[in-house]
Each structure stands twice: as C-alpha cells, then as structure tokens.
Design a binder for this molecule. Structure first.
Ligand code: CTP
Length: 404
C-alpha cells in the first residue's frame, strides 16, 4: 500500500497520455495522494477534467496562474511530494530536463525539485534511438533519474521498435519498487507447505491437520520482499497467491520429487507437515469389510525426509535450509535435537495439539508460538499471528543475507 505517499504526476504530450488515467486510478486505489501537472501538449490528449476527477485533486496547467504563483506553486509542487513521475516523458520534456530549461510549469517544477524523479518515456523508435535522446537518457540516468521503460512493440504511429510507454501496471509496480526496497530480489525460495496425504486405497488416506496457513503467510511475505517464490503444497483450502508459483502435490514422495526438481534454490523452507509413514502397498480398489469383525492390518514404511535430504546435500546445497517442528511435548529439547539431527540451519519449533484448557494450538489456528533454534541461538517468539511469524522470519533472512 502507498499510504501517506504523495506523488506528483507530470503528464506531457503523447498518445500514451491516456494510460496515465489508469495509472492515477491504480495509485489512488493504493491510497497514494496524487496531484497532476498537465502540460499544454498533454491537454491535447487528456482533459484536465478527467485527470481532476480521477486524482481527486486540483490539476495544475499554467505557470503564470495568479492564485497558484502567489503561493509559489511550482516550488511547493516540487517540494511537497515524495516522488515525481513524468509519464509520458516525451523527447521534448527529457531534453528540457537534461538542459535545465524552465519555460512552463512542468519543466520549472522539475528543475526546482529536490525529490526523486521517475520517467516513463514514450516516443517514436527513431526519436528514442536518436543520439540526441540517447545522450539525454545517459545524463539523466547519471543524475539518478529512475527510468521505467520504454518498451518494444507496435507504436501508435504504425512503426515498431523501442519507444512504447510501459503499461500503467508496470509503472505502478516500479513505484512500489521505488518506495519499498526489495531486499530479496534475485533470491530463489522453495517452500513446502500443508499436509501430505498417503493413500490407503483410492478413497481413504493418512493425513494430518495442517492447514498450510503458515507456509502461505511465509510465501506472501518473501514475495513482498522481492524473492522468487515456489510453493510445493499438499492439499489445503488456501487460495493461490498471485506471483507465487504453486505446485500442488499429495504424497510425501511427490513433494520430495517436486522439490528436488525445483532446485537449485538459495533458500528452502520446509513448513509442510509431511506424513512420516505411507502404506507399504495401498490397495488399488476400495478396501471392503470381509466380515463383521474384520479389522485389516496395515503395514507402513517410512517416507523420505525432505528437509534432511536437502540439508545433507553436498553439491549445490541451498545457502539457507529452514525447518519447522511440530511438537506436543518437551519443545525446547526436542527442537534443538531435531535441528542437529536434520542438519538444517534454522528450525522454528511450535507446540501443537490441545493445551490444558482444551484449546487447539498450532495446526489450523491463526497464531503460532515459536521457539527459534539455530546452531548459535535459541529464542522464544511470543505468541503471534502466523503473518507476524512470517514477517519476523523474513526479517531474519534479510539480515542473514545482508551480513554475508
Ligand atoms: N519433514 C520433511 N519430511 C518428512 C518429515 C518432516 O521434510 N518426511 C520436515 C518438516 O517439513 C519440518 C521438519 O521436517 O520442517 C520437522 O517435521 P516434524 O514432523 O516436526 O518432525 P519429524 O521429522 O516428523 O520427527 P518426529 O515426528 O519424530 O517429531
């Protein structure tokens, strides 16, 4: 969300100006406070009325407006915003910015600005490729102007090449990236989540109460921090997360194979409640009672341990392997022993099952009480929401990679 962010949008002349209406809508939807300057050429493509209606703010068009300039409007506009976006940024306005020209409200405000500026260029491909424009682009980049686009594609003028203004959604994302650092950008994360189901026959299975809520919260939090997230999830009711690659599986063997196929990764987080056992030979048909007192015996075999398999890899072991532990008793001792046994870097242990009042803890609930164990430290995280656990874990991961 862009709460409390003040954005000044300078709309210069170009057919792509129509896209800025959608951009204003997206920024407003995100709670940004958007004020617009419309250049004279910009007014040829979008009207002050539509810009004012969407932004909910007065639209500035004239450098010599008596009411605005008695309050030094161009200085105020350049100072009271957190970010200035120029979209579309025509070749003309970029040339003015490069050479410090100030002959209208937009160029004067940009010259007077002490704030960050983002430009979304839009022009004919020949104009973009022209050495005059390219020199301007180079100088503006060197001065720290942030560029969003332009992109390649078919142009309104009928030509094809580089010069198309980025779509409103892309500029909106660039604004997010500008305000919120994406410290895990470039990091690839795999998360196992949810339960596994081990079939007894085609209709019955051995499963557990895991809801997948914690894995889901971690995926969202790491995605927000800029990581590339793949989640390998057992059967849950959790919705897909836009931007996260979700691979749905049922059994522990499928979870292992899918996780190994998705390697290499920088970080693996095993948040799944994997069934420790599967049937040696599940029945191909539905098992039937043969008599009134028929109680079939089932034979179990151990499932592969995904966390241990990855932690013990010798080639291309992920830099950080993190496990969870569901414990019903002796949380602290069991957690430390489990981390060492599985050879993972960090372990987040939580108490599951019913407490002394009969209230369910851990599985299926919205809260988790975590005992965080590494080789060096053991810390108790007080009872907090699964979203907060995810955020705290994300912060730890960011600090871990920053200190490297
Ligand atoms: N885990 C795994 N593969 C398994 C079993 C567990 O990857 N076959 C992972 C879980 O995702 C979790 C960690 O190992 O990160 C610990 O899981 P937990 O169920 O607490 O421990 P178990 O290894 O099953 O040990 P036990 O049931 O004996 O406590």
């Amino acid at each position: 969300m862009l709460d409390n962010k003040k954005i000044l949008l300078v709309i210069s002349g170009g057919i792509a100006a129509y896209k800025t209406l959608e951009l204003i809508r997206l920024l407003k939807k995100d709670n940004a406070d958007v004020t617009c300057i419309l250049t004279r050429a910009g007014e040829e493509f979008v009207t002050p009325l539509s810009v004012a209606s969407l932004s909910g703010n007065k639209v500035y068009t004239d450098l010599f407006s008596l009411t605005d300039e008695t309050e030094m409007g161009h200085i105020n506009l350049s100072r009271q915003n957190d970010l200035i976006i120029v979209a579309p940024a025509s070749a003309d306005i970029m040339a003015k910015m490069t050479h410090g020209m100030a002959n209208d409200l937009a160029s004067t405000t940009l010259l007077a600005s002490n704030k960050s500026i983002m430009v979304a260029p839009a022009m004919n491909p020949e104009m973009w490729d022209n050495p005059a424009t390219q020199n301007n682009v180079k100088m503006l980049r060197e001065r720290g102007i942030v560029f969003c686009g332009p992109e390649k594609g078919d142009m309104a003028c009928g030509e094809t090449g580089e010069g198309r203004m980025s779509e409103a959604q892309t500029i909106h994302q660039a604004v997010h990236d500008f305000f919120f650092e994406r410290p895990l950008k470039g990091k690839k994360v795999l998360i196992t989540s949810g339960p596994t189901y081990e079939p007894l026959d085609p209709v019955r299975f051995i499963g557990n109460r895991s809801s997948g809520k914690q894995g889901h919260a971690i995926a969202k939090s790491l995605l927000k921090a800029g990581a590339h997230v793949t989640m390998i999830s057992g059967p849950t009711n959790m919705p897909d997360i836009s931007g996260v690659d979700i691979q749905r599986i049922e059994t522990a063997h499928e979870m292992l194979d899918t996780t190994l196929d998705a390697l290499p990764a920088d970080i693996v987080i095993c948040a799944a409640a994997v069934s420790d056992w599967a049937l040696t030979s599940p029945s191909a048909q539905k098992m039937k009672k043969k008599s009134d007192d028929d109680t079939p015996e089932i034979k179990l075999k151990q499932n592969p341990d995904i966390l241990k398999t990855i932690s013990q890899m010798t080639d291309n072991r992920p830099a950080l392997v993190i496990g969870f532990a569901a414990e019903t008793n002796d949380l602290e001792e069991n957690a430390a022993a489990k981390r060492a046994r599985k050879n993972c870097d960090w372990l987040l242990a939580n108490q599951v099952g019913k407490d002394e009042n009969g209230t369910q803890r851990g599985f299926g609930t919205d809260e988790n009480e975590i005992y965080f164990v590494t080789q060096q430290e053991q810390t108790r995280w007080n009872n907090m929401s699964k979203d907060s656990v995810a955020q705290r874990l994300t912060d730890h991961i960011i600090r871990h990679f920053n200190n490297k």
